[in-house]
Design a protein around this ligand. Structure first.
Ligand SMILES: Cc1ncc(COP(=O)(O)O)c(C=O)c1O
Length: 344
């Protein structure tokens, strides 16, 4: 059976396993205060062109979202996100549990636009009961989005300009950033990301690491007391060096980009065959997640040979199925899936 359900179906890239093995018995300080974390932080600051950035390593995506959002906001603050955003759908209310409302804005191709934020903020600012309602303080987006689409550099710049205008933080969830940066549609760099938000994170778990996310905090207001706030969220790993070792490997000699490119190359081959066969897509995704709209019967048929993700049940009875590739998707798996689709 081949798995196209997600980009975390396998362990990690062999380069990481090798360095984890080689350093296994070495003794270091705990809680990220070791030389590997130090080196990884410096490499990430360099990659971002931001020596002023504070870099913190955490274990998982939901944990990083929860930590960043709760560390950034005061008790009465809320965070804008799309209806399909990860914080609004698949985090079991973790953000609300921290006391912060997710302020849902309609989804435009998986994205929030600068114009939407202007409209929402004008509505809020002109509400006569403004002081009685949740105050928006942050915009949460993911790059790539939940449905695989990408913000262009211009869209990010426009959104960040509007956030600054309204005194809102812009937070970019980069759980799959590697697949955005290696997409043929990508017109931005890691530096563009770092220069167009207040805080973001570089995903490792879905991009070839065993686990790990690197939060890059740029706005001094969010940097304050970040470590005790992380600690309160259970986000400080005692064996923190495991995160430093993995991120150091990822940002040495371009490993992060090299391996994520495999996820993109394989997804683009599958997308081309799906298009050729006339499949309907939920979005026009240039990244490693492709969403097709099919009948339940068709879903079951494909799924009995190749595991797909069931993303959404649609009102007309059909489903949106997710085909997700990764750094470890083999050419053999792609060839077999493409052959199966063509024969359907
Ligand atoms: C964009 C995005 N952010 C965060 C997460 C959460 O990651 P985790 O499952 O590691 O908590 C996911 C998981 O799929 C995701 O797609």
């Amino acid at each position: 059976m081949y798995y196209f359900t997600s980009d975390y179906t396998t362990g990690c890239t062999p380069e990481i396993l090798e360095v984890l093995g080689a350093t296994n018995l070495e003794e270091t300080s705990g809680y990220g205060e070791d030389a590997y974390c130090e080196a990884a932080r410096a490499l990430i600051q360099k990659e971002c062109g931001r020596p002023d950035a504070d870099v913190y390593f955490m274990m998982a995506g939901t944990q990083t979202n929860l930590t960043i959002i709760s560390a950034s906001l005061r008790p009465f603050h809320g965070v804008y996100g799309t209806a399909r955003s990860h914080i609004n759908t698949h985090e079991a209310g973790a953000i609300e549990r921290s006391g912060h409302k997710v302020l849902v804005v309609p989804d435009e191709d998986g994205k929030i636009t600068a114009a939407q934020i202007v409209a929402e903020q004008e509505k809020y600012l002109h509400d006569p009961s403004r002081e009685h309602i949740v105050m928006p303080k942050m915009v949460y987006i993911s790059q790539p989005t939940e449905t695989g689409t990408l913000y262009s550099k211009k869209e990010l710049e426009d959104l960040y300009a509007v956030c600054k205008q309204y005194n809102l933080y812009l937070f970019i969830d980069g759980a799959r950033l590697g697949y955005g940066l290696t997409s043929p549609a990508c017109d931005f760099t890691m530096q563009d990301i770092a220069n167009n938000c207040d805080v973001f994170y570089i995903g490792g778990t879905k991009c070839g690491m065993l686990f790990g996310e690197a939060a890059v905090v740029l706005n001094p207001a969010i940097k304050e007391d970040f470590i005790p706030l992380m600690k309160q969220c259970g986000s400080v790993l005692a064996k923190g060096r495991l995160l430093g070792i993995q991120f150091e490997a990822m940002f040495t000699n371009g490993l992060y980009y090299r391996i994520c490119k495999q996820g993109i190359d394989t997804a683009m081959q599958i997308k081309a065959v799906l298009k050729e066969c006339g499949f309907e897509f939920l979005t026009d995704s240039p990244t490693n997640q492709q969403f097709i709209i099919i009948t339940k019967e068709m879903y079951e048929k494909i799924n009995s040979h190749f595991k797909l993700g069931l993303y959404e049940n649609l009102p007309d009875g059909r489903v949106a199925a997710r085909i997700c590739t990764s750094w470890s998707t083999s050419q053999d798996a792609v060839d077999k899936l493409c052959k199966f689709i063509k024969e359907l």
